[in-house]
Design a protein around this ligand. Structure first.
Ligand code: HEM
Length: 425
């Protein structure tokens, strides 16, 4: 008999990876209220790139009883909802602006932002109760080799202070880096962050209760983005927006794309940084290795995304035509959930899958999805993580948890800590 997975159950919410492990070891899929959750690496990878499946788009809202209105119209226009030729055309146009070169050119700015924020963490920690100031070279935390790849102002977090990692680093870094890359002016970033976080609620399981909030955010974003795109047409800058207005996209496609980029690229990185920090707290030996050797950054950025993904469940898929997997038929019209966070811990593919190990090259993880919808921002997310993590490790190699973290419940896309109290000893 097939096992069941209750995505809203206490067990799953309390220990998602523990529950997934038990189910995955028993079988390659488990039934959920939305359809079968696919749990093992080979099957998840195959299904993500299968032409017989599509993303649910507005069906995801319909399944939650929302069938019309501005939220439905917005989701209908998202790149993630498009299929076939429509998707290919938009993705090709975006690809001409969102190039590997542009992302690599951004690396330095991402590093500078990480340096600034790490320096700010030092001040926060310094304000904590019982702070003892360590002065002079080699006198305490942050005296590790190089103090981060840039050796910039982010060197060293003072001893004895407590701070919240999400508020102090993950959130401002994720939002600041994305806004700089896209070209959102500094004075409106906070509002844009709030609006896009609200729009991101469309990917959750409780959309109905958030409709008024999402509608208000969409209205604000529409006016704001239209104005900004006009400005870029008149006076181009060195940013993604200016490159996007040159592509053959309609006004509606452009606007929708900018909303998608901002919504998809903000919370995902914030949660991923929080998850990374939580994973390293549980594997302090790996954190110290990264602190001592920033050349491990690339591998570290992959391993945390495999081990503790912010997209724990991945994106559901709808079956377009009957498909048979391991002798089981999934009928046209039904849903499947390729659970990438489970596939990434499949012991048939990864040695000691529950262990975070930044020293070995692992099989490619599936957190960024697969097939035509493979994360458009994966290269940017990688650069952000590669620049942030070694700086943080070098500045606070002995950091520890300062009380329990508060977690967002794992929904179908985003998963990560809402707050993560840390302390430097
Ligand atoms: C650690 C950070 C990130 C994670 C874990 C993540 C994860 C994902 C996942 C799971 C998908 C769906 C793939 C599929 O189902 O096959 C996706 C799609 C997408 N992501 Fe990301 N993402 C991240 C960062 C970003 C960033 C920084 C941006 C933009 C700047 C971005 C933009 C997008 C877009 C536009 C899509 C839709 C692509 C399409 O439909 O063709 N993501 N991402």
């Amino acid at each position: 008999m097939t096992s069941t997975l209750d995505l809203r159950g206490e067990d799953f919410l309390g220990d998602p990876q523990g529950v997934l492990r038990g189910l995955r070891e028993a079988d390659w899929f488990a039934e959920t209220a939305m359809g079968p959750a696919i749990l093992r690496y080979d099957e998840v990878r195959a299904l993500l790139s299968s032409w017989s499946l599509r993303t649910p788009g507005v069906d995801f809202l319909a399944a939650q009883g929302i069938t019309d209105g501005p939220v439905v119209e917005a989701v209908r226009g998202f790149l993630l909802s498009a299929d076939g030729d429509d998707h290919q055309r938009v993705r090709r146009s975006v690809g001409k602006a969102f190039t590997v070169r542009r992302v690599e050119d951004f690396r330095c700015l991402a590093g500078d932002l990480a340096d600034e924020l790490v320096a700010g963490l030092g001040k926060r920690a310094g304000q904590g109760a019982g702070t003892t100031r360590n002065e002079g070279p080699g006198s305490g935390l942050g005296s590790g080799p190089g103090n981060g790849p840039g050796g910039g102002p982010g060197s060293g977090v003072e001893s004895g202070g407590g701070f919240d990692f999400v508020e102090g680093f993950a959130q401002p870094f994720a939002l600041g880096a994305l806004c700089r890359f896209v070209g959102i002016p500094e004075d409106v970033r906070r509002e844009v962050g709030e609006w896009t976080a609200d729009v991101g609620l469309v990917f959750g399981l409780g959309v109905a209760e958030h409709v008024p909030r999402i509608e208000a955010a969409l209205e604000n974003l529409h006016g704001f983005i239209d104005d900004l795109l006009d400005q870029r047409r008149r006076s181009p800058q060195d940013d993604l927006l200016s490159a996007l207005v040159d592509q053959s996209l309609t006004e509606a496609e452009l606007r929708s794309l900018v909303i998608t980029l901002l919504s998809a690229g903000h919370g995902s990185v914030r949660h991923q940084l929080g998850n990374a920090m939580a994973a390293f707290l549980a594997h302090p030996d790996q954190w110290r290795l990264l602190a001592a050797d920033p050349s491990l950054a690339e591998q570290a950025a992959e391993e945390v995304v495999r081990h503790s993904p912010s997209a724990l469940l991945g994106l559901p898929r709808v079956v377009k035509e009957d498909i048979r997997v391991n002798g089981t038929t999934f009928a046209a019209g039904s849903w499947v959930l390729p659970v990438t966070g489970s596939a990434n811990r499949d012991a048939a593919v990864y040695d000691e899958p529950d262990r975070l190990d930044i020293t070995v090259a692992r099989t490619a993880h599936l957190t960024y999805g697969g097939g035509i919808h493979y994360c458009l921002g994966a290269a940017l997310a990688r650069v952000e993580l590669q620049e942030a993590l070694p700086r943080l490790a070098a500045a606070m190699p002995d950091v520890r948890a300062d009380g329990p973290a508060k977690w967002l419940p794992p929904n179908e896309v985003g998963y990560g800590p809402l707050s993560l109290p840390l302390r430097t000893p």
